[in-house]
Write a protein that binds this ligand. Structure first.
Ligand code: ADP
Ligand code: MG
Length: 275
């Protein structure tokens, strides 16, 4: 099948500025192969300041791989990733954290043997050690200040009651929220969440969406999200990109993407004209 790319960011790149503000994170002509498997094919994607950009697409489309390439966990096979106009294509993830990228993972990565509180405290310490002040001399917060900050984050995310519970025995929803707390402990400007509501009950999912919405608003973050649940997609997204077999086939405002006949056919499984 020939895939259209009429509203792709590649074509936008030559034209108008993104609606929300200056571009923070950008992928240009990105390819990613795992050995002989071509997973990302000529991906172009922009995240503008203040934008909430949701990447959708069927399982196996390459969403998590795209996140890994954007966050620095994996290098692209070819193409360019820029962060505030700086080429970071070959820069490791920790250096991008320093520049404001915080991310979560599709399968929550928390320290299983540590309590919720210690998990967040470790992230705060990592931020301080990584960011260092005074031209590289570390000025670490006192242990008390770190614990207080961690407790504040846990309270904010509704995790205070489980602060002393080990990661291994946290309920799934709590573990996802703990990972969010750990991402926020890095004080990111860009929050990248890979399927943050995966595996949640409808009630937990609704609460998680409200939480993400509030956190992004309160901290004036820019959000890049992958998500399966279409309710979440349309509630949170100000811009959607559809990834299909590793290609961005449509990108634009939610209503435009929703109405796109190609999207309805390939992703929503509907023919245009049939609501
Ligand atoms: N480390 C890997 N090695 C080989 N193939 C991989 C690896 N990670 C993912 N893939 C493959 O790449 C494709 C895209 O995977 P992924 O990025 O996880 O998609 P999504 O997040 O959209 O479900 C899938 O076919 C998957 O099997
Ligand atoms: Mg995935």
């Amino acid at each position: 099948m020939t895939l259209h790319n009429e509203t792709s960011l590649a074509s936008r790149a030559a034209g108008a500025l993104p609606a929300h503000g200056s571009t923070l994170l950008q992928a240009r002509d990105v390819f990613k192969n795992y050995g002989p498997i071509k997973v990302l094919k000529n991906v172009n994607l922009d995240l503008a300041q203040g934008e909430r950009h949701v990447v959708i697409g069927p399982n196996g489309a390459g969403k998590s791989t795209l996140f890994k390439v954007l966050s620095g966990e994996l290098p692209p096979t070819s193409g360019t990733i820029t962060l505030r106009n700086e080429d970071v294509s070959t820069q490791k993830g920790y250096r991008r954290v320093r520049k404001g990228v915080g991310r979560s993972f599709q399968v929550a990565r928390v320290f299983l043997e540590m309590t919720a509180l210690d998990n967040v405290a470790v992230s705060i310490e990592a931020r301080e050690a990584n960011c260092g002040r005074n031209g590289g001399f570390l000025a670490l917060s006192t242990p008390r200040a770190i614990i207080d900050e961690a407790l504040g984050l846990l309270s904010d995310l509704g995790l205070y009651a489980v602060k002393d519970t080990q990661g291994a025995v946290l309920a799934h929803g709590d573990r996802k929220r703990l990972e969010l707390a750990m991402s926020l402990a890095l004080k990111p400007k860009i929050l990248m969440l890979d399927e943050p509501t995966a595996g949640m009950s409808p009630t937990d999912r609704a609460a998680a969406v409200n939480l993400i919405d509030r956190i992004v608003r309160d901290n004036q973050l820019s959000l890049l999200l992958t998500e399966h649940d279409m309710g979440v997609v349309f509630q949170l997204g100000t811009r959607l990109s559809v990834l299909h077999y590793g290609e961005v086939v449509v990108s634009g405002e939610p209503d435009v993407v929703r109405a796109d006949p190609l999207v309805r056919e390939i992703y929503l499984g509907r023919k245009s004209g049939h609501a």
